[in-house]
Design a protein around this ligand. Structure first.
Ligand code: G16
Length: 540
């Protein structure tokens, strides 16, 4: 029987950079999840066919059953669910596209820790497989603040552990293999024969799934299909609390892999993915590839992958991502776009056929094969390049810098800072903008200060307030942004970049090369004084 429940409506359900992310306990408040789901269905509906899955974190199971009952009560005819409720974010995007669904709910708080006291998240992706654009998320937010009722079918939980089709009221629930469609897509994109030969040679690699969703995907693709040695995939079993870890593939949180790769007897290649499988970190033997450089290398070597044999249509990067890839785009003679942070901003460009490769400094790389960034895809791209070029990760990077120069780049994150202090810091920076222009700070002269805004070239929608930029006249820059994905206090991100054309000076440590800019950022923001922090939580 379908029941209508009154909802108190909520004022804090505005989606952030990538959906609604809160503490599990927050989501467990009565009516909270239901209020958001009903608002989505009201805004994007009518939904006839939808996809549903998540990264397996704590509360995934409960949320899936609620969403299924709400879908059945809201006239959805068919829901495609990953077996056991699991779908990585890129796999969900792949499934939405392949089965031509109207859209889908993805349950994940990405790289944020999981467990009863940690984080949960939900977002809606559209029929193109990509995150809802800002105009839709804003409409959803508006709906959440004044929703009066939601409807739910009274029914028992469905067993999602076996593949097949079951019914819930008048709705069909199709439970599919979570990995198969995605694995097939990867096989159609890359040269699996060449990668397989590499992995079966004396080449050694480690992939850290961090006890999150990519474990089953990496096991099937790397070990079963491509023939990498058993044990190549570490921490392969997804756990609802990610083993107590923080599955953010960076030098701080992927410590176990980093310790293996920065060692005397290190493997040739190391990689990690995050909670929901859309981020990637690439490591060579004792070598870290900055995500901005990784994007540039993939662009420059794109034709190694059969799917890109004819070249790229165009490239897009988020504003804080380094301009390394811009140099490649220029050489290739393809368009290069600079968008705000958030994968949702790439969707229109991909749908319009203007870009086929996108990337972000936040360990996100992907292409128009789906409409999400894709961790394993990036790892396979690097393996494909290594298989074709038959040289080391480090050599590939050195050759790249020799040809294009190096955009020294680093991001400093200050996590869980007092929210008011963070807002005040941004206000303080903005207040200096007019007087800063023309000033010389050490060896840098300020050319422009602005708050980044973006007009979408396809639908002309405008997004403002996307990051404070201090641009210097030699092309160097400092960018300040508040993260839109944290759930505790505020996270201040400082992005630092400077360009070195002289190949003989491209081998410095990035923190050394950027030390003057780091000092300037500290002085202008008064970060230490305002937040009490003396060191970043994470340096990339
Ligand atoms: C999300 C978005 C990305 C964004 C990243 C960091 O990734 O999809 O586009 O770059 O957050 O955003 P912020 O700097 O606002 O924290 P994910 O992997 O968390 O879904």
């Amino acid at each position: 029987m379908i029941h209508s429940h009154s909802s108190p409506s909520f004022s804090d359900q505005r989606p952030g950079t990538s959906g609604l992310r809160k503490k599990v306990k927050h989501f467990q408040q009565q009516h909270y999840l239901e209020n958001f789901v009903q608002s989505v269905l009201n805004v994007v509906g009518p939904v006839k066919k939808m996809v549903l899955g998540g990264d397996g974190r704590y509360f995934n199971d409960t949320a899936i059953q609620i969403i299924l009952r709400m879908a059945a009560a809201n006239g959805v005819q068919e829901v495609i669910v990953g077996q056991s409720g699991i779908l990585s974010t890129p796999a969900a995007s792949c499934v939405i596209r392949k089965y031509q669904a109207d859209g889908g709910f993805i349950l994940s708080a990405s790289h944020n820790p999981a467990g009863p006291d940690e984080d949960f998240g939900i977002k809606y992706n559209m029929g193109n497989g990509g995150p809802a654009p800002e105009k839709v998320t804003e409409a959803i937010y508006a709906a959440t603040t004044n929703l009066e009722h939601y409807t739910l079918l009274e029914a028992d939980d469905i067993n999602l552990n076996n593949q097949g089709t079951v019914t819930l009221g008048d709705m069909q629930v199709q439970i599919i293999d979570a990995v198969a469609d995605y694995a097939e897509l990867m096989q159609s994109f890359f040269d699996f024969k060449a990668i397989g030969s590499l992995l079966k040679s004396d080449f050694r690699m480690k992939f850290d799934a961090m006890h999150a969703v990519t474990g089953p995907y990496a096991k099937v693709i790397l070990e079963d299909i491509l023939g990498a040695a058993k044990g190549t995939v570490m921490n392969a079993i997804p756990l609802s609390d990610f083993g107590g870890g923080h599955p953010d593939p960076n030098l701080t949180y992927a410590k176990e892999l980093v310790d293996i790769m920065f060692n005397e007897n290190a493997p040739d290649f190391g990689a990690a993915s995050d909670g929901d499988g859309d981020r990637n970190m690439i490591l060579g033997n004792n070598f870290f590839v900055n995500p901005s450089d990784s994007l540039a290398v993939i662009a420059a070597n794109a034709t190694c992958a059969p799917a890109c044999a004819d070249g790229l249509k165009g490239i897009a990067r988020s504003m804080p991502t380094s301009a390394a890839v811009d140099r490649v785009a220029e050489k290739l003679g393809v368009e290069c776009f600079e968008t705000p942070t958030g994968w949702k901003f790439f969707g229109n460009l991909m749908d319009a056929g203007r870009v086929s490769l996108c990337g972000e400094e936040s360990f996100g790389t992907g292409s128009d094969h789906v409409r999400e960034k894709d961790g394993l895809w990036a790892v396979l791209f690097w393996l494909n390049i290594l298989a074709v070029r038959q040289t080391s990760v480090q050599n590939i990077m050195m050759d790249h810098w020799k040809e294009y120069g190096r955009n020294y780049y680093s991001r400093h994150d200050y996590e869980a800072v007092d929210s008011q202090a963070a807002t005040d810091l941004m206000t303080h920076l903005r207040a200096q903008f007019t007087s800063l222009v023309g000033q010389t700070l050490g060896r840098y002269t300020v050319a422009v200060c602005d708050d980044f805004s973006y007009t979408d070239p396809i639908d002309q929608s405008v997004s403002t307030g996307q990051g404070l930029r201090i641009l210097f006249d030699d092309g160097s820059r400092i960018v300040f942004r508040l993260s839109g994905t944290g759930t505790q206090g505020a996270t201040i991100r400082i992005y630092l970049e400077s360009y070195e054309a002289d190949a003989s000076r491209c081998n410095q440590d990035a923190q050394d090369a950027l030390s003057d800019l780091i000092d300037i950022a500290m002085q202008l923001s008064q970060l230490k004084e305002r937040t009490g922090r003396t060191q970043p939580t994470v340096i990339t």
